[in-house]
Write a protein of this length. Structure first.
Length: 249
């Protein structure tokens, strides 16, 4: 049973990865990575600000401890001058406590300075990497956009793009319709010439139309014969044909 669920989990994961790979836009992924790096840089700067704030706080406490040491030393000298050894010892004890406090503050300050220097070096390194990644990102985005445009143009030229999926079918359907329309036009012309399709404006019968066509044809033939006779050269009295006179110049 466990192997079944493991296999099912692998199938689901594979399908999710396949879906993400198909829907992922590299440009968006690069921009997101760049934004995350900038966020990391901002976080580093905030940490640096906290460290520097702590460093400044320690430095102020160290200055206060030094002033306290000086004040205790002054009190001890004044007590010795008036023969108050008890007060001098108390002042010197306070001075020792202030010295110990200053020593602890100095150690903490030295540690903070080391952390600050490390953060400064890390920030510089991170800034350099971000600048380098930004250049690489823009180059990769340009290359991807150019390749994407080339693919679209190639798909358009080759006719395999999504906008050209039905072009072949559309052309075939248009050709089929054109052929059918031409066949219908030829059929109508043939029927009209044969007289099978009567003219709605012509009230004559088919016999009357045929006779009228025959008379028109005969009339044309008679006119042609008369025209040829009138243009034929006339014969002279000696039996020779009179030559055609050329037009006067």
């Amino acid at each position: 049973m466990s192997s079944f669920f493991k296999r099912a989990s692998d199938i689901v994961e594979a399908k999710i990865n396949n879906f993400l790979n198909r829907t992922e836009n590299p440009n968006d992924t690069l921009d997101l990575s760049y934004e995350k790096m900038l966020s990391g840089l901002q976080e580093t700067r905030r940490n640096m600000a906290d460290v520097v704030t702590e460093q400044k706080s320690l430095e102020h406490q160290m200055e206060a401890a030094q002033l306290e040491i000086q004040h205790c030393d002054s009190d001890a000298r004044m007590a010795v001058q008036v023969n108050r050894d008890d007060l001098a010892k108390a002042a010197l004890a306070a001075k020792q406590a202030a010295l110990q406090k200053l020593q602890m503050l100095q150690q903490a300050h030295d540690h903070i300075v080391q952390q600050s220097q490390k953060l400064i070096a890390y920030q510089k390194q991170l800034q350099d990497r971000i600048n380098q990644f930004r250049v690489q990102k823009e180059v990769m985005k340009s290359q991807y956009s150019a390749a994407q445009a080339q693919v679209k143009v190639s798909e358009s030229i080759s006719g395999i793009g999504k906008n050209f999926d039905d072009v072949g079918d559309a052309l075939q359907r248009a050709k089929d319709k054109s052929d059918k329309m031409q066949a219908r036009a030829d059929a109508l012309d043939s029927l009209s010439d044969s007289g099978a399709l009567p003219d709605p404006l012509d009230s004559r019968t088919q016999t009357e139309r045929d006779l009228d066509n025959l008379r028109a044809t005969a009339g044309v033939d008679d006119e042609l014969a008369k025209l040829k006779a009138s243009m034929a050269p006339k014969a002279l009295g000696d039996g020779t044909e009179k030559p055609a006179t050329s037009p006067a110049n």
